[in-house]
Structure formats: C-alpha cells, structure tokens
Design a protein around this ligand. Sequence first.
Ligand code: DGL
Length: 282
Amino acid sequence: VKTGERNASAVDRPIGVFDSGVGGLTVLRALRAALPGESFVYLGDTARLPYGTKTAGTVERYALQAAAQLVDRDIKCLVIACNTASAAALPAIQERFPGLPVIGVIEPGAEAACAATRNERVAVIATEGTVRGGAYQHAIARRRPSVVVTALATQLFVALAEEGWTSGEVALSTARRYLAALFESVPGAQRPDTLVLGCTHFPLLEPCLRAIVGEHVNIVDSAATTATACRMLLATEGLLAVSGASATLQLLVTDGEERFARAGAAFLGTAIAAQDVERVNL
Ligand code: DGL
C-alpha cells in the first residue's frame, strides 16, 4: 500500500514503543516531540528488568513477548526503545511480525555517532548485552569503517537511572570510575571525541557524564535520530496520522506501576500518575 492509500483508522492507530523499564521514555519523549499528532502505547517490562545482564536468547524471548503485547493493541509500527533488545531481537521481531514496520535504536545511534566524530574515535557505553554482541561496533563499521570504537559495559547506570539517582555523589563517582578507562587513561591523540549513550536509560545521566568528560566531547544518544527515522518510515508507508486531535498516550508495565510513575516522570519530561499506568502480563 502506498502513501495516500491508507484509510483514516489505519493511520490513527498508535505507535508501539517498548523498553525494559523507564529508559525508553527518553525515546518516547523525542518521538512525541517529533510526531505530536501520533498516539503511543509504551510498555516497560519492569518485572524482568534489567535486560542488559541477560543472555541474548532470553532478551529475544522477552522482546518477542513485549512486541506481541503491543501488536495485540493494534499498533501501526513498533519502536524498540531499548538498545539491548534492538541488538538481540530486531531480526526475530521482524520475522515474527511480517508487514509490521519496526525500528530499533542501534542504527540511529550509530548514525548519530558517525555524524558527530571528527577524530574517528568513538566511545560507546551500554549494557553488558549490547557490548557483548558488538552491535554498535558493527553498525558504526558499516557506515564508517575507519572509525575506532571502544565499547564499555556500564550496567550500574541502569540501576541508578531506575532509582532516579542521575546526579549527585553516587552517580558522579560511578561515572568517574567507568569513564576513566575510556578517556583519562587513553593517550591524548587516541582519546575519543564522541561518547555514545548506547542505552536508553543513560540520557538523564548526561550532565553527570559531561562533568567528567568535559565540554569538548560530543555526547550523542539515539532518541532524536530514532524519532527522525520513525517519522520517515511512517511517511514512506503512508502511515502518518492525519490529525492529532485524538492523540493518546497509554502506559503499560509488567510490574510496579507506582515506581514506574515516580521514576518515569523525569524521563518522559512530564508527570505520570500511577493510576494511569496499566499492569499487563506477558
Ligand atoms: N534501556 C535498555 C537499553 O537501552 C536496557 C537496560 C537494561 O534493562 O539493562 O539497553
């Protein structure tokens, strides 16, 4: 079906977005800013967080279940707002749901990194699973093979973000300890000029990371580039919402509505009432 041939109800269906927890709300925030006329249904698989420490097979299974839940809600496209799940499950999701447009966050993140680096040295911080699979290394190498990528698992940042401890002494000393291996202990000429936040939980830690790496390092994440990619995909598929008059936001979790509402507000950039969060079983 080409642009202009879809009927109104098809284009008015929501966009599905999922992550293991509140992290993907950073992507949802960028999506809502770029696509104000669209409805969204967001799922945080909070009962099984973190994904980053699990094996790829387990994350794939969880991600397929999360995607199925959203497909049941009649989504018109799916954004995997989790780097770990994008790395482990994107092909499996595409195969399971043929015809459903699906976007992950790794390719847009790699795009942002390649656009930002001048000295072709890029540092990536992500979960254990994302680093282990080499997803960013491969995605960057496909675009710019001359770029040297150093990736480091900084799994504790996920717990800090879920706890809302994104600034202050604990966040700062954790960041200092992790980032030393990527910056301080690297000789000047080889030091990365770009730091990729390869986990959707990390953007709220940016001020803290900035305080350690300094002003001259580009800090990039995939939220804005993913929103742009989503917009382009919807336009190509003829699925952009016609009018935003009835745009809605549904929030689903697999556990802990209160906790999600409390921690999620800063990520979404707007208050969340726990009674507006629905609990689902996958
Ligand atoms: N926010 C997720 C990511 O982008 C995963 C965090 C986790 O559950 O470990 O990788």
